[in-house]
Design a protein around this ligand. Structure first.
Ligand code: ZN
Length: 178
């Protein structure tokens, strides 16, 4: 277990399309210890999600855990721990919802991003078992943000109004949502 360095916007790895895992690869010791490192790195940075490309590994893996006591995102409910391999998104409701998003690869900044409010995500879990979940609200945004990392997209690409890009210390962070 170790904390890996998180790469920042401008590093070309963040713009690559990440490679799929085979089920055998998911079950390997190497991948299981990578997942541990992902959790450690996310926790150390105070994040609520981390995608493998953010630690320089261009593979289809992300971890997500919302925490009620998060300093970066107040007013959030705890979620279960999600380890997602090879995720695919299906939009169930195209109605958009907006949140102030941040990214560990774009430290210090937030931007207002609107995304579909209800999605289904099909993926393989840590045991390489297929899973399908339906999610909405803030968690749906977090999944879309993390899965974007696996196709070389960052939240700033999704912003409709770049003038909302703001340094965190210039924001009044009353709530993660708006
Ligand atoms: Zn991010």
């Amino acid at each position: 277990m170790s904390v890996r360095e998180i790469i920042k916007m401008g590093n070309p790895v963040l713009r690559e399309i990440a490679e799929d895992f085979s089920p055998k690869e998911i079950l390997s010791e190497e991948t299981q210890s990578l997942v541990e490192d992902m959790w450690d790195s996310m926790e150390a940075a105070g994040g609520i999600g981390l995608a493998a490309p953010q630690i320089g590994i261009s593979k289809q893996l992300a971890v997500i855990r919302l925490q009620e006591q998060s300093e970066r995102y107040p007013d959030m409910k705890d979620s279960e721990d999600f380890v997602i391999f090879n995720p695919k998104i299906t939009v169930l409701d195209e109605t958009e919802q907006g949140f102030w998003e941040g990214c560990l690869s774009i430290p210090g900044l937030r931007g207002y991003v609107e995304r579909p409010r209800n999605i289904r995500v099909d993926y393989l879990d840590e045991d390489a078992k297929p899973k399908s979940i339906e999610i909405d609200e803030f968690l749906a945004t977090v999944f879309q943000h993390e899965i974007d990392h696996l196709i070389g997209r960052l939240y700033v690409d999704r912003m409709k109004d770049i003038t909302t890009l703001t340094y965190e210390d210039e924001m009044v962070l009353e709530s993660a949502e708006n």
